[in-house]
Each structure stands twice: as structure tokens, then as C-alpha cells.
Design a protein around this ligand. Structure first.
Ligand code: PMP
Length: 364
């Protein structure tokens, strides 16, 4: 078998080896079924058990109570940029507040504006999206339809350490790049959504957790495939869902429970990994520059720069030689970025931290 390298891709990202092996082992025939998961009907008993287990695992891990629905949708996180306002902003006569901490939040507000009135409650542009706002700097409308945040900006490597206070206004969160990486106080959220392809599974499925009262806001004449209420009533099975991706969500949530016993330990593990990289950066004496301000550095995406573009190229080449790949920064910001989601083992991060230290000593 071809040897696996450490893949620091921002997404689709590295998956746990144990999960890939399990999927590989059972690919031709699911135990007790004798048919591949790729070949069974989404309305069959085995698949019903798979989707119910995936939901129940998510409920257990995230502490999701019965007054929330868990949906498995398609169209990626970007469809949620428009589906959320279509369902809970359109027709309300209200405005939606957006807190902009990076590229994805900006995309989200642009899509929301196609559905209703939006307002920027805070914009990190002045400091090139390197931090999250202090509570006092937010211009929140107490009558807003909702407040939207991006809990982790994947490109800038900026993460909210905790949720902003939104009072009675529902918090809507794009958690695409940090879902399942840490515990969340779910009762603070109206909607939390995430594409799966970073922490929760392969691409193709989007997880949406939505509080029951918000299902009622959607107009009855919304197209079925775009109505949270209708999708919830059909238990995400209006049409054929991405069955294989949902199966992988089941395996990955089981892996988290088995290996980490929940999201507290998952977070501890992620803190330890990110700490190794931020320490190497701090100790480099300014050779590496982190994009994010210290209090909101992401545990998932460590975005950093070297003194010159030429050195960045040399660094990336050196990394590839050691089996550390996909460390290029996003094309919009340049530099380097190490995405270290749940599935990245600590050994991969240790290897990267070692390289960073050696490289800065040799090239400073
Ligand atoms: N939001 C965030 C925070 C992301 O990181 C991404 C993907 N990188 C998206 C949204 C878009 O996800 P998708 O490609 O599934 O639409």
C-alpha cells in the first residue's frame, strides 16, 4: 500500500485512519447486511439505523436536546448561507445582524442579502480580519431576526473563544471548520450548521442543528428542498440523501466517542496540538508571524507567514520531503496554513513543529 503522508489540507481534510480502515473493511458488505453501504436504499432498515445512529451520536456528543432537530442536508455550507435567511429572515420584516471575522462571514452576508435586510454588527476589516470583537464593540439590533457568526474562520485562522451574548435574538453559526472539535453550549444557538468535510466526514453532507421554534418561521410556500420545516418533517429524507457521507459521519462520531470519550477530551487534544505550533512560532523570535491575534487564535487552522515568499516556497518543499503536505495558505491571503482538525494525529503536528524550529534556526 502507498504510504500515507500527514495531510494539513483545510478541507476536504484528513480523516481518522481507523475510520478509513473500518469503511474499507466493510465497503463490500456491511456486517449483517451483505450489501455495500453504497448500494442500499436510503429507505431501507440498515440505512435507517445508520442515519438514526449518526443523529443520536451527534446529540450525545454535542448535548443536543429534544427541542432541536438534526438535519443532514446537501449543497454544502454555502447553501446554508442562503437557506438560513430564506427560512428565518425572509418575510419577518426584520434585519439580520452579521459579525464579520473573515472571508466566510463576508460570503454569508452577501448571500443573506438576497433574502432580506442585513446589517453588519461588526467588521474586522480594519485589522485585516485578525480578531473577534469585544462584546462592547458589537452594534447589535435587539429586534434582529438573528445574529450570524462564523465560529472559526478557516482562511484567517480566527476562532471565537466563546459565543457573543445575543440576548433573545437567535444565534446562527457557521461552524464548518470547528464542529465537533470542542464542546458547545447548544442552548445558546438557534441554528448551528457545518459542512462535514473538515471534522465530521467527507464532503457531500451538511449538518444543520435547528431549534424547533425557528422551523415555524419559514413560509409555507418555500420549495420543499429549501424548507427546514419540510426537511425536518421528512427526517432529512425528502429525496435521496448523501448516504455514504452520512455513514461516514456515523463512523467518525463513534471514533470520537471511542477515542476521546466526548468533546472535552477532543478539545484538550486539539489545544495540545495547536499549542505545539503556536509555541514553535513564539520561540522563533519573530521569524514566523501568526495572522490571528493571541486571544482568538484558531485551534483548527494555524495561519502564519515567513519573512519572504521565497522562504515560504523553500519551507513548503522541505515539509513535503518529510511527508507534511497541503500547507499552502489560502490564495487570498498567501503564507502558510496548517489545518489540524480532529483527525490530525499529534505525531503529524510534532513533525511540523520540529521542522518549523529547525527551519527558522537555519534561515533566520
Ligand atoms: N464556511 C466555512 C467556515 C468554511 O471553511 C467553508 C469551506 N472551506 C465553507 C463555509 C464552505 O463550505 P462548502 O464548500 O461546503 O459550501
Amino acid at each position: 500500500m502507498e504510504e500515507r503522508v500527514y495531510n494539513f489540507s483545510p478541507g476536504p481534510a484528513m480523516l481518522p485512519l481507523a475510520v478509513l480502515e473500518e469503511a474499507q473493511r466493510d465497503l463490500l458488505a456491511l456486517p449483517g447486511v451483505g450489501i455495500s453501504v453504497l448500494e442500499i436504499s436510503h429507505r431501507s432498515k440498515p440505512f435507517t439505523e445508520i442515519i438514526e445512529a449518526a443523529e443520536s451520536n451527534l446529540r450525545k456528543l454535542m448535548g443536543i436536546s429534544q427541542n432541536y432537530k438534526v438535519l443532514f442536508l446537501q449543497g454544502g455550507a454555502q447553501l446554508q448561507f442562503v437557506m438560513a435567511p430564506m427560512n428565518i429572515l425572509r418575510g419577518t420584516g426584520k434585519s439580520a445582524d452579521y459579525i464579520l471575522t473573515g472571508t466566510w462571514g463576508k460570503k454569508a452576508i452577501k448571500e443573506a442579502a438576497t433574502q432580506g435586510k442585513t446589517s453588519v454588527a461588526w467588521d474586522g476589516e480594519a485589522t485585516n480580519y485578525n480578531c473577534v470583537p469585544a462584546e462592547a464593540d458589537l452594534k447589535l439590533d435587539p429586534h434582529a431576526a438573528y445574529v450570524h457568526i462564523t465560529s472559526n474562520e478557516t482562511i484567517q485562522g480566527v476562532q471565537f473563544p466563546s459565543e457573543p451574548q445575543t440576548g433573545d435574538v437567535p444565534l446562527v453559526c457557521d461552524s464548518s471548520s470547528d464542529l465537533l472539535s470542542r464542546p458547545v453550549p447548544i442552548e445558546k444557538y438557534g441554528i448551528i450548521y457545518a459542512c462535514a468535510q473538515k471534522n465530521a466526514g467527507p464532503s457531500g453532507v451538511t449538518i444543520v442543528v435547528i431549534r424547533d421554534d425557528l422551523l415555524e418561521r419559514g413560509a409555507d410556500d418555500l420549495p420543499t428542498m429549501l424548507s427546514y420545516k419540510k426537511l425536518a418533517e421528512a427526517k432529512s429524507l425528502v429525496n435521496t440523501p448523501p448516504t455514504f457521507a452520512i455513514y461516514m459521519v456515523k463512523l467518525i462520531t463513534e471514533w470520537i466517542m471511542r477515542e476521546f470519550d466526548g468533546l472535552e477530551k477532543m478539545q484538550e487534544h486539539n489545544r495540545k496540538k495547536a499549542g505545539l505550533l503556536y509555541d514553535a512560532i513564539e520561540k522563533s523570535g519573530g521569524f514566523y508571524q501568526v495572522h490571528a491575534a493571541p486571544q482568538c487564535r484558531s485551534l483548527m487552522n494555524v495561519a502564519f507567514r515567513l519573512p519572504e515568499a521565497e522562504l515560504e516556497g523553500k519551507f513548503l518543499d522541505g515539509a513535503a520531503e518529510r511527508g507534511l503536505v497541503s500547507l499552502e495558505g489560502h490564495r487570498s491571503v498567501g503564507g502558510c496554513r496548517a489545518s489540524i482538525y480532529n483527525a490530525m494525529p499529534i505525531e503529524g503536528v510534532q513533525k511540523l513543529a520540529e521542522l518549523m524550529t529547525e527551519f527558522s534556526q537555519a534561515n533566520a
